[in-house]
Design a binder for this molecule. Sequence first.
Ligand code: PMP
Length: 384
Amino acid sequence: QAKYDSVIEKDSKYVMQNYGRQPLVLSKGKGAVVQDICGKEYIDCVAGIAVNNVGHCHPIVVRAIKAQAEELLHVSNLYYTEIQAELAETLVSVTGMERVFFCNSGSEAVEAAMKLARVASGKSAFVAAEHSFHGRTIGALSVTHKSMYRDPFMPPVSSETAFVPYSDADAIRKAISQNTAAVILEPIQGEGGVKIPNPEYLKEVREICDETGTFLIFDEVQTGFGRTGTWFCKEQFGVEPDIMSMAKAIGGGFPMGAIAAREGLSFGRGQHASTFGGGPLACAAALASIEAIREEGLLKRSKENGAYFIGKLRNMDREDVVEVRGKGLMIGVEIKYPCSKFVDFARERGVLVNCTSDSVLRLVPPLVITKEQIDKVVDVLEQA
Ligand code: PMP
């Protein structure tokens, strides 16, 4: 307890207190399990907020980072590196897009997508969905809906963002103006409460964007890299965006962001840049993480274990559960009350979960989670 107290005391003294942290001091992780500084283990259904898809400290990723660290840490984008070119080729192959741009986080990826849509269209406005989350930087915040995140920081960069109900294609048609550069959507809303759109929604939005000459951006920051059972969630709906943003799981735990754009759509020289974007360590981690997804068959495991997990959660037959929904291992359990007490209860029994909207428990474990671990999680949630 003394160790715990000393860390928490230092944090409260020296770190800006913008996070409502849980009282847990973590120091190790392996697969789907994390350990606190006293050695207590937790099954991790948060995975660093949908980041550790290949599991904590996957040996392929750790080996690649160590090896790269011995060779070269950073050179900037004034020069070429072999590893960045190789990752770009790999990302083009897994996304089906034509070119990529590298940055360092999800918010930055959204910013880059917005800039590309503006510069390529010559228009400035955006259409986004209610309950959307696209990041906390001022540009990304301009298309993020939640008033708690937005209001204290207004005016937004894009004052013309129209927010329309999610999963309503007609509303998008009505909201698009002469000046709309792009429609930006999460193919499944993550922070908004794991909301899955109607099966035809994204196809209809694609058609509307084609008819009106508007770009379609998919924010796959949370849904990417096997989370929903395919490389990207767009595959589940059979719809191709013009631009997609990626981050979170791309580096297997190492910070990185990227956008990919379809044929013919690209920044021109000098139109965008990042000092650290596509740095050697991040590229090594991302290549290794993609290799680990392939080696471990994680797309299939996400699909199968997700179906198993959702099936078990639906069998709980609890009156306080409104709905269990999800694709792959991106799962939301909507309950009748605010869910923070469930989070505390589960943590005390060795399971980490978190809430997205007030009453939705989000379960986004590493894709390497086993059926036995899922059984334990469901058992604890049922007690909760
Ligand atoms: N887009 C989506 C869909 C996200 O879920 C998030 C993070 N929750 C972001 C963007 C922002 O990512 P970051 O925190 O890396 O800036």
